[in-house]
Design a binder for this molecule. Structure first.
Ligand code: AGP
Length: 614
């Protein structure tokens, strides 16, 4: 997601744009840009890779005057973060500029059509194609800017919130949205436009939330006009903002972590977008397509990662071995890089990283490359060091993850790894058509099943309250739920500072069961599946020693519900996909525990969001 901001009125636009972009940097921060129209009618555009502070430095001696302007801070989805791909983007004539948050899915076909009409493009972005299309229609059909925007958006498939400014019409801004947020602030004699209300609230509390497929025609000194894509005027309602600034940046949530936990239906859906096609019944992961031959012959896959990403790799091990029948090893990058590991040229190493900047993972990549292995990446930050260091890979489209405790990145990573495993299984012929399609269609239901689990928040909050003073906790799981036990334990310890350990449930009898007493809460994933009866036995072992069982069970379960002290019922899904939904209760449990213990949820002590040092 990106941040957009625009202004038209009597004040200087630049300070408003820059302050607004700084407020929106949580939405994306790999490049930023502004465009202003000054009193002489000059269109000045300043944009570059980096943060808003880099942009300020870059533009400091330039002409930034003008009382109309647009600004953008980018979270790259198409095209590397660099100067030319940053927004605003120009039309062919360079008279029109535009900023955009979203994804134009059919931009490639539109681009081909425009090229045939002589358009040339400077960037790799979908945004530049749209602003060229708008101008093409405006000039070719002799339309006013607003109508040309409407006509262009009728040709577009995808999500967008855009603001368009025309050098030859200094009293007008055109804004439009579909699937991406946009707020219009109405001042005494000026208008503010932004992705959320945080850049607006200090100037006015009167706002209009644009609805999907609506286009705002904003004219200096005139009433706001809103039209739909049928070019018909629609009524709009001015609301008075009640949220405070800080809570706006967190989308109304108390912390970024909670916001990101609740974003998971969307981030999992976005991570499947363009890769899982229920119409064709096919899964196509770009990073795999380019290396299908290698995967066909691969004798071993090595996942290298740290922390939560390492847990995602452990889930990947179960998925790749079960589905694609390739031996998998999962390595802590920090151990791998110093262990003088044996790496063969036909090994495929997959580095998993949310930030794409983790030093140990980066070093592991360089080591693997030096031994001739093929190295791919699963990253959440486009153009990050790890993304650029690997031979290829796939991005998770989870959007910026601000909370130090990784939540939506984990489920996005597991989503991409699941799709990769299925794609490779199809290539290697290790899966029956029916099993392939069974998993493909079940993956489609995961976002709505996550939504179901999020509705259990109040129950989980009560569980957190009941255990907030515990000093220790044990997490158990079997099979593909064992990594979820590790992840649940990491979540709890890193933000609530309660000591917690994750174990394979069967390992209890090899030592940890000595820890069990009535003061030790044991959190177990006990969902339906091949290991169910064995997990039931493990639960009985714990109960026999007065341990307290809090179990995540499949909705409708009776057997475990009778044994456990507390049961959390989650929707049934395929056993291999359970991690995508069973992790949610543990995320919420750690969040509420931390809040109740007065911990700094988004920035826990001693931790950083990205460990760029050894
Ligand atoms: C997880 O909650 C932690 N923030 C941490 O373990 C993190 O997963 C680890 O540092 C790896 O970071 P990366 O995914 O950005 O490489």
């Amino acid at each position: 997601m990106c941040g957009i901001v625009a202004y038209i009125g009597k004040r200087e636009a630049y300070p408003i744009l820059i302050k607004g972009l700084q407020r929106l940097e949580y939405r994306g921060y790999d490049s930023a840009g502004v465009a202003m129209l000054n009193a002489k009618g000059d269109l000045n555009v300043y944009k570059r890779k980096g943060k808003v502070t880099d942009l300020i430095e870059f533009a400091k001696d330039e002409d930034k005057s003008g009382n109309i302007g647009i600004g953008h801070t980018r979270w790259a989805t198409h095209g590397e973060p660099n100067d030319v791909n940053s927004h605003p983007h120009y039309s062919q004539s360079k008279n029109i500029v535009m900023i955009h948050n979203g994804i134009i899915e059919n931009y490639a076909s539109i681009k081909e059509g425009l090229k045939k009409r002589g358009h040339t493009f400077l960037s790799q972005t979908d945004t530049e194609v749209l602003v060229h299309l708008i101008e093409q229609i405006k000039e070719h059909e002799g339309m006013k800017l607003g109508h040309a925007v409407i006509a262009a958006l009728n040709q577009v498939i995808g999500a967008y919130s855009i603001v368009v400014m025309d050098k030859n019409d200094p009293d007008t801004l055109i804004a439009a949205k579909k699937g991406s947020p946009m707020v219009i602030g109405i001042g005494a004699d000026d208008f503010f436009i932004a992705s959320d209300a945080s850049p607006i609230i200090e100037y006015t509390k009167n706002v209009v939330y644009l609805e999907d497929e609506q286009v705002a025609i904003i004219r200096r000194g005139k009433e706001l006009k809103i039209r739909n894509l049928k070019d018909k005027e629609v009524t709009h309602y001015v609301q008075e903002l009640t949220l405070e600034l800080e809570s706006i940046e967190k989308g109304g949530y108390d912390h970024f972590m909670l916001k990101e936990i609740y974003e998971q239906p969307k981030s999992v859906r976005d991570s499947m977008r363009g890769r899982l096609n229920t119409t064709s019944g096919l899964i196509t992961v770009g990073g795999i397509v380019d290396h299908e031959k290698k995967f066909e012959k691969a004798k071993r896959i090595i996942f290298v990662a740290c922390g939560t990403s390492w847990h995602a790799g452990l889930v990947g091990e179960y998925l790749f071995e079960e589905l694609a029948r390739i031996p998998v090893e999962v390595e802590y990058a920090s151990e791998f890089r110093y262990r003088n590991p044996i790496i063969y040229q036909d090994d495929i190493v997959i580095a998993i990283s949310q930030s794409g900047e983790t030093a140990d993972t980066l070093a592991a990549i360089e080591l693997a490359k030096s031994k001739g292995a093929t190295v791919l990446g699963v990253c959440n930050v486009v153009g990050s060091s790890i993304a650029r260091a690997t031979h290829g890979g796939s991005y998770t489209h989870a959007g910026p993850e601000i909370g130090v405790a990784s939540t939506k990145a984990f489920t996005a990573q597991v989503t991409v790894l699941t799709l990769m495993a299925l794609h490779i299984a199809k290539v290697r012929g290790t899966l029956t058509e029916s099993r392939y399609h069974q998993l493909l269609y079940e993956m489609e239901t995961i976002p709505s099943k996550i939504e179901e689990v999020l509705k259990l928040n109040d129950q989980i909050k009560e569980i957190a309250y009941a255990h907030k003073d515990t000093n220790n906790a044990l997490y158990l799981g079997r099979g593909v739920s064992f990594p979820v036990a590790l992840e649940g334990a990491l979540k709890l310890k890193e933000i609530s500072y309660i000591h917690a350990e994750g174990y394979p449930a069967a390992e209890m009898k090899h030592g940890p069961i000595a820890l069990i007493d009535e003061a030790m809460p044991v959190f177990v994933i006990a969902t339906k599946g091949a290991n169910y009866e064995k997990v039931v036995s493990n639960i009985q072992e714990v109960k026999a020693r007065k341990g307290k069982i809090i179990a995540v069970v499949t909705a409708g379960d009776k057997e475990v519900k009778e044994m456990a002290d507390i049961s959390i019922e989650i929707p049934e899904t395929d056993e291999l996909l359970v991690p995508l939904i069973s992790v949610i209760p543990w995320q919420l449990l750690s969040y509420h525990s931390a809040v109740m213990r007065g911990c700094n949820v988004d920035q826990p002590r001693n931790l950083a969001k990205s460990v760029t040092v050894e």
